[in-house]
Design a protein. Structure first.
Lengths: 343, 343
DNA sequence: TTGTATGCGTTATCAT
DNA sequence: ATGATAACGCATACAA
């Protein structure tokens, strides 16, 4: 930062006090209209740009929201960030975007940096490798920084959370398979440490239980959130088959489903004739596959928007209710589940 | 911001001066080891997190980079932002991400906000609707804020720029069509106000001229960067045909190509048998289409990375050379151009 | 090695 | 309506 025009310069230029300049610039009521005009003219003429850093120091408010995402390029997040940005822009906040690279240590580091930068609040989607919640609690309690989790949440520590109803959505999509007549259904699960992984697993088992369907030993395989994990998990499943194997797969998300589909094809099996599969996310690629993937559409923009709104509410009103918000999902039925509609 | 632990509190707690605390916390050489240890212990015990806002005010440096993108969700940008973030993280900078929504007014507003927040530099990819460069010049000259443009650049105003070599890449991909034997080739161009739109158009015409191929009247249609524009432009082209129409299309980018392909199909024409087409971007969808799209891969991550590196170089060394950097592209030959390789 | 005074650019507070 | 002073939290410059 080179030295720039300040309130002081304007004040000297006009031979008035800094306070009058400040008041004029901030459109406060008790300033003479002519004085105000003079100040505004001078500030324009001198290309004055207020120093928000100084302002933030005295007002203890930065109008900045810290955002922590595990993987910026993950189709869900650009949309979510877009939603966050839109709300932030409208409400006069900036967003400081950071990336944890799914790494708990890095997540902790960026959270500390954001706290140090005195962001007014934090929007966090938890990294896969996170195993304890101390950092979030500390930041909230000791630093008084509000946190709203989105998509991947941490419950029971006094933070609001905005996500889709993962459990219910997983139950619904599993039900869809069951209604189509599938009985031997396996699940490629997410990491057990991440809330949405657990919730989707729960939704899957719930649907199965409701229909009195057994989940054979080894039919729940941890795949993680990425294509490679889905590929490996599916191979593991197909290689360990003794009595015919599963007839349908519920994958924790679309990338995992893509990997699984690759493995299925490599085993010489057809989709959906031999094995049906459904995903979760409505990745942009899902409808373009050779066998388009039945999946659950997550309104990412909506999640980001709601999360940002909730966070700003917490920031501007300490008494804002802490709660978990769910955004409605939508089933997208394509041909991979064996119920060809209009494809 | 609630009131938090400060250097003063630590100093009082230990009965020493603020300066000693400050030195210890910043690992300055001239501090007694035992004193330093005491300070570090106390700061940990008291959950001290330094106030970067205050630090920035006195040091006139925020370690923050402002990023302006026209459309966060545009496949290219998440990758580029990822590259920016990676470099920033390694060099100890944060990024403040803003979105112009392709709107010149909004871009101007966010640039002013970022300047007000005293970011150390600006990374800008210009919005489509921008028609003059005053704002960039002002920010650079009057505020002394370095700007590095990326992807969509503004030349000749003393800012560095990182992009792919659009003209050369467009020339190459057009050449590819020409070598395959196509002679009647049309171009769906980008907005004429955006640098990459112009450069690609230039590359196209250059390739045609080099091979002494004529570009018939009406064979260059402005389509913009989006699918809908490509669709409309292609329809216009096909509807205005008098003597057979084009045998091949060079689209300004993949989304425009997608739109054009839709129009071609709707006219009952086959790709590539009746009309061949190539795009530009290697959008994630390009290879998944029914007829996979031949295109130019843009290493977005690389562009972001180089741009961030260049900007930080400008920030940390006022004499850093202003220059235009090009990142190498790669042709991705698929079946839409009629030269089926391994697809 | 440690401490004191001062200033970064702005606004809150109290005064006129 | 306007101004003087102090304060925000920290680091620079200088002194001891």
């Amino acid at each position: 930062m080179p030295r720039r025009v300040t309130v002081k310069h304007i004040a000297q230029e006009l031979g008035i006090s800094m306070m009058t300049v400040s008041r004029a610039l901030n459109d406060r009521p008790n300033v003479d209209e002519r004085t105000k005009k003079k100040v505004l003219d001078a500030s324009k003429r001198m290309s004055y740009i207020p120093n928000s850093v100084a302002k933030s120091l005295v007002q203890r408010k930065t109008h900045t929201i810290g955002v922590v995402v595990p993987e910026i390029t993950h189709s869900f997040f650009p949309e979510a960030i877009r939603g966050i940005e839109e709300v932030a822009y409208k409400k006069g906040y900036q967003i400081m975007l950071t990336h944890s690279a799914e790494d708990a240590k890095r997540e902790k580091a960026v959270i500390h940096t954001l706290a140090s930068k005195r962001v007014d609040g934090l929007l966090i989607s938890v990294a896969e490798s996170v195993h304890n919640n101390e950092i979030y609690k500390q930041i909230m309690k000791q630093q008084g920084l509000p946190i709203v989790f989105f998509d991947r949440c941490v419950y029971g520590i006094g933070a609001s959370c905005v996500s889709i109803n993962d459990e219910e959505s997983a139950r619904m999509i599993t039900n869809h398979l069951i209604k189509l007549g599938y009985k031997k259904i396996a699940h490629l699960s997410g990491p057990k440490t991440v809330s949405i992984g657990l919730a989707r697993l729960k939704g899957f088992t719930k649907a199965m239980e409701e229909h009195k369907l057994k989940i054979p030993e080894g039919y729940i395989v941890e795949a993680g959130f990425h294509e490679i994990g889905g590929y490996k998990a599916m191979n593991k499943l197909l290689d360990s088959i003794t009595n015919g194997g599963p007839r349908a797969i519920v994958a924790v998300n679309d990338p995992a489903a893509f990997g699984a589909m690759k493995a299925i094809n490599e085993h010489g099996l057809r989709i959906p004739e031999d094995i049906a599969i459904v995903g979760f996310s409505d990745d942009i690629r899902a409808e373009l596959l050779k066998t388009p993937l039945t999946t659950v559409r997550q309104p990412a923009y909506e999640v980001g928007k709601k999360a940002a709104e909730k966070l700003i509410a917490h920031i501007e009103n300490k008494k804002e209710k802490i709660e978990d918000l769910a955004v409605e999902t939508e089933q997208v039925i394509r041909s991979s589940c064996g119920a060809v509609l209009n494809n």
